[in-house]
Design a protein around this ligand. Structure first.
Ligand code: SF4
Length: 530
């Protein structure tokens, strides 16, 4: 797979590609390092991670991209974060893509005046509660001080205006943008509203972006159980929800990579414990619900969760039994995100399919090997480039949600707070783990292993399909979803069943096969009619 590369590239890529020989004690993998120039990566930029992933889905903030129009256009609704207004009087601005549309003269003479003008214009038109500003590559290169402009406009307009130095080149991937976004949301929004919330079981879901309606399915299940979601960071969530979400009693983390910083900072400042959950796949969903019930420790909730699981499984079971007749033994590979390549393995396992290879686009070693490797991860210059904010316990608002004794007894019963075991521990022995897979490696993998389906992102989707393999696009789900929870699982089973049962992919002939077809027409016909 690596033969085509120069020696130096082979050495580097060799560290990011391994066979998972000892899943219980995962081997060290190279991750979160710069992509070799010239290799076609699937990664996104820091701006994409900040605006596109973490903050962009907050529906009643006006998000202004400071930069050339391409960056704003690129991040315009491309993630399919679904939204509905949660309270009367709120406005959903997500359908707009606002940009300062920098031109050459702004690059030469500076863009601060332009930004100020854009904030004023956006305010005059919409009167939002908050405006956020995102720096793109050229803005960082010319040195516009977006933070001073934001501070001035905050004073002038009397609303919350804040900026993110998330220039695309910061860090090695969108992961840097996630960290910058976490810091900004924590500094400028979390804890602004201390209004008490009357509810018995109050939780936040961190790292759930409501792609294709996933958060709504989780919300539906929680409502059946009697659990209240205070804030979902940040799918389908409002500015007010985020300002008030420190009033919750628990943070559960879906996407560890994009939001673990927030979970840590909220625990330090407000005393809210966190643990990892996964609502993708039946086992993950059941386990996560039970874990939440166990955390609150209330028998009424524990029983209710079991009733909900039993009722939902009545609907799921017949679909799964039927689908398994066709999916059992089929092969899948997953190359997506910083958590999805892990989470979606559960859904394929539900269908008795084999995930023979998986990898993330922008994860760090802890997402592969588990958080116990955190002390051993070398901090390089790219990581040092991202601000680490110092957080202390709030003297008035820090409040332990569980007594130390109760927390200790939960831990003794096998409960893991502030932890993530990583993807490799769950993967089968001798499966392949590939970080930041390139287009060339993907093509090689398809030729060698002939997968029945690949779950991947937008950029590699058509590379895969041109090779006659169906691609389940798990970045924004194309037009599908939700795939979370019980109803989402049913959607996923049916789609994968359709994709892997149809013969249409065998008819796909990539342009580079045409010459071969002409040379050996019998082989081409046989392949198309197989
Ligand atoms: S890499 Fe830079 S120019 Fe490209 S989309 Fe990201 S911020 Fe914009």
């Amino acid at each position: 797979m690596l033969e085509i590369y120069p020696k130096k590239t082979q050495r580097k890529r060799g560290k990011q590609l391994l066979v998972n020989e000892t899943p219980a004690t995962p081997a060290e993998i190279g991750a979160n390092s710069r992509t070799v120039p010239g290799i076609v990566t699937q990664r996104g930029c820091s701006y994409a991670g900040c605006k596109g992933v973490v903050i962009g889905p907050i529906y009643d903030i006006l998000h202004i991209t400071h930069g050339p129009i391409g960056c704003g256009f690129y991040s315009w609704l491309s993630r399919r974060n679904k939204t509905r207004i949660r309270k009367p009087g709120e406005t959903d601005y997500l359908q707009y893509s606002m940009s300062t549309d920098m031109q050459e003269n702004h690059i030469v003479f500076g863009g601060e005046k332009l930004l100020k003008q854009a904030i004023q214009e956006a305010y005059d038109e919409f009167k939002p509660k908050a405006i956020s500003v995102y720096a793109t590559c050229p803005v960082g290169l010319i040195g516009d001080d977006i933070h001073t402009v934001c501070r001035q406009m905050k004073e002038e307009l009397g609303i919350n205006v804040f900026g993110f130095s998330c220039e695309g080149y910061k860090g090695v991937s969108q992961s840097a943008g996630h960290h910058i976004a976490n810091n900004g949301v924590f500094k400028h929004m979390i804890g602004l509203d201390d209004t008490p919330i009357e509810a018995k079981y109050k939780i936040n879901i961190l790292g759930e972006y409501n792609i294709g309606g996933d958060a709504w399915e989780i919300e539906r299940i929680f409502a059946l159980c009697g659990i209240d979601i205070i804030g979902t960071l940040s799918g389908g969530v409002s500015y007010d929800d985020i300002c008030n979400c420190h009033m919750a009693d628990l943070n559960v983390v879906m996407c560890h990579r994009s939001i673990n910083y927030m979970a840590e900072m909220m625990e330090t400042k407000f005393g809210i414990p966190w643990f990892k959950v996964n609502f993708i796949g039946l086992e993950g969903t059941k386990k996560s619900l039970r874990k939440i019930a166990q955390y609150f420790g209330d028998k009424e909730l524990i029983d209710r969760v079991e009733e909900v699981i039993a009722a939902e499984m009545m609907e799921v079971r017949p679909v799964l039994d039927d689908v398994r007749k066709r999916t059992t033994g089929k092969k899948a590979a997953l190359f997506v995100g910083g958590s999805r390549a892990h989470h979606y393995q559960d859904l394929f396992e539900d269908m008795h399919m084999k995930v023979f290879a998986a990898g993330y686009e922008f994860a760090h070693r802890d997402d592969y090997e588990g958080r116990d490797v955190l002390p051993n991860i070398k901090i390089d210059a790219d990581t040092r480039n991202i601000e680490e904010i110092h957080v202390e316990a709030d003297p008035e608002r820090y409040n332990l949600r569980q007594t130390q004794d109760r927390k200790k007894s939960l831990e003794e019963s096998g409960f893991n707070f502030s932890d993530y075991e990583g993807m490799m521990r769950q993967m089968k022995k001798d499966t392949l783990v590939i970080d930041d897979i390139s287009h060339h490696e993907l093509e090689q993998l398809i030729e060698m292993y002939h997968p029945d389906v690949i779950g991947s992102g937008i950029k590699d989707k058509y590379v895969i399909e041109k090779m006659g393999v169906p691609c389940k696009q798990l970045h924004s789900y194309d037009y599908g979803g939700p795939y979370a929870g019980f109803k989402g699982a049913i959607n996923f089973y049916k789609e994968i069943d359709r994709m892997t049962s149809t013969k249409v992919w065998q008819l796909a002939r990539a342009p580079w096969h045409v010459a071969d077809d002409a040379a050996a027409p019998e082989a081409a016909t046989a392949s198309a009619t197989a």
